[in-house]
Design a protein around this ligand. Structure first.
Ligand SMILES: C[S@@+](CC[C@H](N)C(=O)[O-])C[C@H]1O[C@@H](n2cnc3c(N)ncnc32)[C@H](O)[C@@H]1O
Length: 335
């Protein structure tokens, strides 16, 4: 039996018996004007962050949500789309689709602006999406991809290595996104590679505890799927795996991140990964031009990707300051 069968069993149960301990981190309630979240839907928040960001919203865009859960994020996305079929939500677990439909019916009762037809719930799998190539502009998944088995670090995308489920899921998202489309994701990460005995525990993996990879590995896998720009928007504590309870040498503090990957070609000199760094010029001139397309206005921090940050730091100029990652980035950067 594949671990993917265990995953479906876990979510079949979570669809019929809401589990408050599953996946989520404590989060402030959602406040959007005129949006009322049904309590049963809020109880089924099985995400580990948010994948709904104002920065990604465009008029008329086609939206895909993979792993619908109780429908909370699909409803939030529908709030921005507000049209029949504006959000396509995919899930392979029939009980989860039924629960989401029921919660969305209740949402329609509580929200005048919402009609259940705004969310088109489809049976389907992240590993083989039931959508045409380049058919959506925004895709999202919350706390699902960490469950998928990943290829060892450094191996993703190598033609000689068989693609892992995580590679495949990201490749599918890349396939269905139009050029310039955005993939918004939230997943846990681990500070060091997950020990084998936890990685192989199918229940812990299904519950988003032990399948996650390191941040570098996660980002590298996204880039290997063909996304040329990646923004790390948020990074925060997610779960403590206590040494004695999990059979570890030392405690392991997992974090969760929110990331947006953009379907643009990976530049020849490497991807643009934004982690919240800035560069500040404080020399005698009004501006500083690095000759590579970046013009810094004196004394003003400019958001830069890690690649540009490293290149500017390498110049070794005393009038250039490069700040470290804040793990909080919301656009406006150098690439
Ligand atoms: C951790 S829950 C997250 C639910 C939702 N995204 C949220 O934030 O509340 C994982 C979801 O993915 C669904 N799922 C499990 N295996 C999947 C697969 N192979 N493809 C797509 N969805 C899957 C589960 O049924 C469940 O709804």
């Amino acid at each position: 039996m594949s671990y993917l069968t265990t995953v479906k069993q876990v979510y079949r149960k979570a669809a019929t018996e809401p589990d408050k301990t599953l996946c989520c981190v404590p989060q402030a309630p959602v406040y959007l004007p005129g949006l009322v979240i049904p309590p049963a839907m809020a109880e089924m928040n099985y995400g580990c962050g948010s994948t709904v960001h104002l920065a990604d919203m465009r008029a008329g865009q086609r939206i895909l949500y993979v792993g619908v859960g109780g429908g909370l994020e699909a409803l939030k996305l529908a709030y921005f789309a507000q049209r029949p079929g504006g959000v396509i939500a995919v899930d392979p677990v029939p009980e989860m689709r039924t629960a989401a439909r029921k919660n969305l019916q209740e949402a329609a009762r509580l929200n005048d602006w919402f009609d259940p037809s705004f969310v088109d719930i489809r049976a389907g799998d992240a590993l083989k999406l039931p959508l045409d190539d380049e058919s959506v502009d925004l895709a999202a998944q919350n706390c699902l991809f960490n469950i998928f088995m990943a290829t060892a670090p450094g191996k993703s995308g190598d033609g000689a290595i068989q693609a892992s489920d995580l590679d495949r899921a990201l490749q599918e998202m890349h396939r269905v996104l139009a050029d310039g489309g955005r993939l918004s994701m939230s997943d846990p990460i681990t500070p060091r590679p997950m020990p084998g005995h936890l990685k192989d525990d199918e229940i812990l993996r299904a519950k988003c505890i032990s399948g996650c990879v390191t941040l570098d590995h996660y980002l590298q896998t996204i880039v290997s799927a063909g996304f040329g720009t990646v923004e790390v928007r948020t990074r925060k504590p997610y779960r403590m795996l206590q040494r004695t309870r999990y059979g570890l040498d030392e405690d392991l503090l997992l974090e969760s991140i929110e990331v947006c990957a953009v379907k643009v070609p990976v530049p020849d000199d490497g991807p643009c990964i934004f982690t919240g760094r800035t560069a500040i010029y404080s020399g005698p001139d009004e501006t500083f031009d690095d000759g590579r397309g970046h013009i810094l206005v004196r004394d003003l921090p400019a958001s830069v990707c890690d690649k540009t940050a490293a290149a500017l730091a390498d110049l070794g100029r005393p009038d250039l300051t490069v700040t470290g990652p804040t793990w909080h980035y919301s656009g406006g950067g150098c690439c």
